[in-house]
Design a protein around this ligand. Sequence first.
Ligand code: ADP
Ligand code: ZN
Length: 735
Amino acid sequence: MGNSPVLKVAINVPLSRLFDYLPPADGSRPPPGARVRVPFGKQRQVGLVVAHACDSALPRSRIRRVLEVLDDEPLLRDEDRWLVGFTSEYYHHPIGEVAAAAIPALLRQGRPLNPLLRHVAVTDAARHVDTEALAKRAPRQAELMELLLDAGGNGIDIETLAEQMPTWRRSYRALAGKGLIAEFEMRADDPEPPPRGEATAGPDLNRDQRAALDEIRAANGFHASILDGVTGSGKTEVYLHLIRETIAAGRQVLVLVPEIGLTPQLVTRLRTRLGIEPALLHSGLSDLERLRSWRQARSGDAKLVVGTRSAVFTPMREAGLIIVDEEHDHSFKQQEGLRYSARDLAIARAKHLDLPIVLGSATPTLEMLHHCETGNYSHLRLPRRAGDAKPPELRIVDLGRAASAEGLSEPLADAISGHLDESGQVLIYLNRRGFAPTLICTGCGHVAECPRCDARMTVHAKDRRLRCHHCGSARPLDEHCGECGAAMRPLGEGTQRLEDVLVRRYPDRRVMRIDSDSTQRKGAMDEALQRATRGEADILVGTQMLSKGHHFPQLTLVGIINADQGLFGTDFRSDERLAQSIIQVAGRAGRESRVGEVIIQTAFPTHPFWQRLIDGGYARVAGDALEERRLTNWPPYSRLALLRSAATRRGDAHAFLDVAAGFVAGLARGRLRVLGPVDAPMARLAGRYRAQLLLQSTDRRALHDVLRELRPLLETDPTARKVRWSIDVDPVELF
Ligand code: ADP
Ligand code: ZN
């Protein structure tokens, strides 16, 4: 026993350390990267072996044994574990929680990589069944038969089946009784790689696309390229060429897309153009489906892996290229728990594996543009739309001068009529769901507020309720003011109200609202987008959701109802953000042969921001903003980390950060700027008081050195017991 190794195990608990265990008594030795089941306190936990060591701080007699080895070979190979370790160090987050985030839920729970599944399949006798006749007598049975006949010999595992047809059990009994279908057990593995279909040819690349492609290809090993191309400039065509070439060379490709960028449109385009079935990884899949994609990526069977944020951790045996589409999108940054940026980790991973990485956007972040300026990354521009599409024209409407009824100004209303008359489709953008953002008293001006947050309640008209968009609490609409008894009325516009206004104003037109309220049901979003794409709505009204990646062929006019919220933002990123959201939604207009128009309503038409955007586009806004950041030393010219705390008592939230600020002062020795502690911009959320401490430095090393020492001090400090706290490295939201 003296020479059996000590296993250093990462366990999914919020402590920044590894735990020591001895191998099981049967003599097996789980290799680094394998999962083990271990006793942990009075419970059992699944952990990941990170390393073997000779000794431990504990005497051997006090080290507990592994109960069960869950993987014979490493689940995560060295390079995949490297990413886990790097993430833990860079974001100063407990390694056990990082390891847990890096693997699919079923594996986290201890299920095998190839679980034994119960399948249902048709029997030989089923071939002679007349399903049409069956459908008349027993439509549910027929439905199940058709599903299983389509699935072929191995049938469908019952977890997937339950998702596709929740009532399958009832029909199963009848059909099994007739000997038409049967249930059996099968190991989930992936014997036959998904069939390779015919690839279809795309357009010949234009000069800009070819230049970009050539430059990306010329790189040897790690190289980051920013593909800075206006909407419709053909970035995806460039990706397709790169993907095809990489796969032809026997390597795998990882494509990361934003949360709602993984649309059926994109998947269909990849499938038909490349002739392969991409392995998908996103939150809309069942746990089993996700495990399957992950397993195929890990084994190298899946040549193309397309996923959202957490897919950055997917192990790939033969990775050859990483693509991050819509690099600027905020969904790449996780905003809770492990607060990582999938984009930044993708770059780190590409560097470690010595691979090329391509980051595409019509509105690249200042961080990426800065890397281009310093010559680290190449800046590849696609300034023109591909094919015949022309860039849309931007126009400002002065809300101070133009009459406006419930958010819709006359010039915008006229433009809508004009475009509709020429059979164009119209998109009205307002990044505020609900009926109205405020319910106000007509007598005393009292405003309905959330009892748990420092926020106003949003009016939802259909179910006559007030809802808090921050904590989710809801109550019936107040008819009368609680203070003075006068009538309450909605103030301002949300997408629901705008929908009503548009329906009244254009009664012969089909208006369709797309926001998170209208698309709650699973699949509703895809369905709505498909209908919009087919032109089954004349006017689309919606939030941010509508601005991303979709291609509406008939769309010629985009109206932006209220852009002013962003003009006076306090966040140092507000100009960048506002320009990104406007350019992204504007990019939906005129993507085919008809010229698009974009109308922006603002109460501040002379604000310099508008002049910059209209004269110089995103590049001008970004250039000016970058210069301002340089002068004021904000990122990317410095680095930030935000320490947050939340507690039921305001004093506790602050006490913790006061202690933290004291530690930082001792550790930093003047190398950091410390701002706070202060109340968070929304000081109360869901009944908790929130405070924050911002650390800033032009020396990234110094910042990380301090955080590395700070974390264990905070974990054991008594003030930490009364708060929820987190470290956010490279925060994108400063609240
Ligand atoms: P992006 O990804 O930059 O938004 P896409 O790759 O989706 O752009 O291209 C926009 C449209 O232009 C698509 O319909 C695409 O088929 C077409 N397209 C792209 N490149 C070319 C080209 N070189 N010639 C003709 N059409 C092209
Ligand atoms: Zn609330």
